[in-house]
Unconditional design. Structure first.
Length: 475
C-alpha cells in the first residue's frame, strides 16, 4: 500500500513538473520570436507545444535516468525507500519553485531546480559527503559560462548582420548576397545540436565526422533553397497606411529642415545679443537641437523602411525555423527533468530498471505542451519584450547564438543551461545596441532568480522529505 501511494504521488509530481517545464522553458525557444513579432503568442504556443511533444515522445527517453545518478558520490549506498521519498520531494520542490518563478514571469532553469532539490535531499539523508560536489560546481559555473558565451556570440552575430546587411546602402541586395550563407549556417548548427543533444535514444552511433557531413549536406540544401526563395523578391505594395506614413515622413522632414533653419538663425542672433538675452536664446537653441536629434533619425529610418521591412521578413522566416528546431530539441531533453526522478522512484521501489513505456513519455510531453498552452505566455513576455526591444534580425541573432553556444559547450564538455544561454544572448543583443537599450531592473531580477534556484529548491525538498519520511519511513 505504501509503495503504491509513493508511486502514485510520484506520477502526480512528475506530471506537475512537466507542466511547469512547459510553462517556463517555452521562452527558450519562442520568446525572441514573439518579441520580434515573427510569431504571435498563439502561433508560438501552438508550434512550441507540437515540437516539444514530438521531441519528448520520439527521442526523450535517453535522458530519463541521468539526473540523480550524477549527483550521488561514488560508493554511496542509500536506503531505497528514503531515496524514493527524497526524489518525490525533489520533484514537488522543483515544481513549486518553477511555478512561483513563472508567476513572477522569471525564466529559470528547471534542471537547476531539480538539481537543487536532489542535493538538499542527499545532504539530509546521508550528509555532505553523499553529494558529488564537482557536479554542483559545474551547475554553479553555468550561471556565468552560459550567459557569457551566448551574450558574446550574440553580440558578434548581430554586429555582423548590422554591418553587412542593415547598414548597407542597399539592404535588399545585401540580404540576397548573405541570406543563403546565413540560412546554411543556421541549418548546420541546428542539425548538429539535434544530432548531439536530441537524438541520443535512436542509437544512430554517429561520430563527429559523420554528424558533420550530414549537417553539411543539410546546410547546403537549405542554403540552395534559401537562395531560390530570396531571389523571388516580392513586390513592395503601397497601401493606404504606407501612403499615410509617407505623408507623415514628409511632414517630419519639413519640420527637421525648419528646425535647422531656426537653429542657425538663433545662433547668429545669440552672437549679436547682450548677455541676458543671449542666455535665453542659447537655452532655446539647446531645446531645438535636442528636438532635431529626435526627429532626424526617425526621418532617416522611415525613408528606408520598405527595404528594412523586406530584410526583416526574410529573417523572420529563418527565426521561425530555428525556434521550431530548438523547441524540438528542448522537448527531447527537458522531459528528463520531469520523468527522471520518477524513474528513480520506480526503480528504488520496484527494483525495475527497464526503460519507461512510451505512454509515460507521451504523458510527459502532453503535460509539457499543456503548460506551454496555459501559462507559457508569462515568461515569453519577459524574454521577448521586457529585456530589450527585438526585431527579427535581433531575435535571429539571439536564437542562433543560443543554439551555437549549446553546441559548442556540449562538444567541449562545459556546463550549460539553455535558459541562461538565451537570456545571455538577448542581453548581448541589447549591449550591441547600447547599454541604455537594456532594462537592467528586469535583468537583475532574472539573475537573482538564477542564484536562488538551487538553495530554494533544496530547502523545500528537505522540508518535504522530512514530511514524507515521517509518513512512510519512520511513521
Amino acid at each position: 500500500m505504501e509503495l503504491n501511494a509513493v508511486l502514485i504521488l510520484g506520477a502526480i509530481a512528475s506530471g506537475y513538473m512537466a507542466w511547469t517545464i512547459g510553462a517556463n522553458d517555452v521562452a527558450n525557444a519562442m520568446g525572441t520570436s514573439v518579441g520580434s513579432r515573427s510569431l504571435t503568442i498563439r502561433q508560438a504556443l501552438i508550434i512550441a507545444a507540437v515540437a516539444n511533444l514530438m521531441g519528448a515522445v520520439l527521442v526523450g527517453g535517453h535522458v530519463t535516468k541521468t539526473i540523480q545518478s550524477g549527483l550521488i558520490a561514488e560508493g554511496v549506498t542509500l536506503e531505497p525507500m528514503e531515496l524514493a521519498c527524497g526524489m518525490l520531494a525533489s520533484l514537488f520542490a522543483a515544481a513549486i519553485w518553477v511555478t512561483v518563478a513563472t508567476y513572477l514571469k522569471l525564466p529559470v532553469s528547471t534542471t537547476h531546480a531539480i538539481v537543487g532539490g536532489v542535493v538538499g535531499v542527499l545532504i539530509l539523508i546521508g550528509g555532505f559527503e553523499t553529494v558529488r560536489w564537482s557536479k554542483v560546481t559545474e551547475v554553479a559555473a553555468s550561471w556565468v559560462i552560459s550567459p557569457t558565451l551566448a551574450g558574446l556570440l550574440a553580440y558578434a552575430v548581430f554586429s555582423l548582420v548590422r554591418a553587412r546587411i542593415i547598414q548597407r546602402p542597399d539592404p535588399v541586395r545585401a540580404t540576397r548576397a548573405w541570406g543563403p550563407f546565413i540560412i546554411a549556417s543556421v541549418f548546420a548548427v541546428l542539425a548538429l545540436v539535434i544530432l548531439y543533444k536530441g537524438l541520443g535514444d535512436l542509437n544512430l552511433d554517429l561520430d563527429a565526422g559523420a554528424a558533420a557531413i550530414l549537417a553539411a549536406v543539410m546546410a547546403a540544401l537549405a542554403g540552395l533553397m534559401g537562395w531560390v526563395l530570396i531571389r523571388r523578391e516580392p513586390a513592395l505594395r503601397v497601401d493606404a497606411r504606407t501612403l499615410q506614413r509617407a505623408m507623415r515622413d514628409r511632414d517630419r522632414a519639413q519640420v527637421a529642415r525648419g528646425l535647422a533653419v531656426a537653429y542657425s538663425g538663433l545662433e547668429q542672433a545669440a552672437a549679436a545679443s547682450e548677455t541676458g538675452l543671449r542666455e535665453d536664446i542659447e537655452e532655446i537653441s539647446t531645446r531645438i537641437s535636442e528636438l532635431r536629434g529626435a526627429v532626424e533619425p526617425v526621418v532617416d529610418t522611415r525613408r528606408h523602411e520598405p527595404k528594412y521591412f523586406l530584410v526583416e521578413k526574410v529573417f523572420a522566416s529563418i527565426q521561425v525555423i530555428s525556434a521550431t528546431c530548438v523547441a524540438f530539441s528542448q522537448g527531447a531533453n527537458d522531459v528528463a527533468n520531469a520523468i527522471g526522478p520518477f524513474a528513480s522512484i520506480r526503480e528504488q521501489l520496484t527494483g525495475t530498471d527497464d526503460s519507461l513505456p512510451l505512454w509515460v513519455l507521451l504523458m510527459g510531453g502532453a503535460l509539457i505542451a499543456t503548460g506551454i498552452a496555459t501559462w507559457g505566455w508569462r515568461v515569453i513576455q519577459t524574454v521577448g519584450t521586457e529585456i530589450t526591444q527585438l526585431t527579427p534580425t535581433r531575435g535571429f541573432s539571439a536564437e542562433f547564438a543560443c543554439a551555437a553556444t549549446v553546441l559548442l559547450a556540449s562538444r567541449l564538455g562545459l556546463p550549460i543551461s539553455t535558459t541562461h544561454c538565451l537570456v545571455g544572448a538577448v542581453l548581448g543583443i541589447g549591449l550591441a545596441r547600447g547599454v541604455q537599450s537594456l532594462n537592467w531592473r528586469v535583468a537583475r531580477s532574472i539573475v537573482v532568480s538564477w542564484i536562488v534556484t538551487l538553495p530554494v529548491a533544496g530547502v523545500l525538498a528537505i522540508a518535504l522529505t522530512v514530511l514524507f519520511r515521517s509518513i512512510w519511513v519512520t511513521g
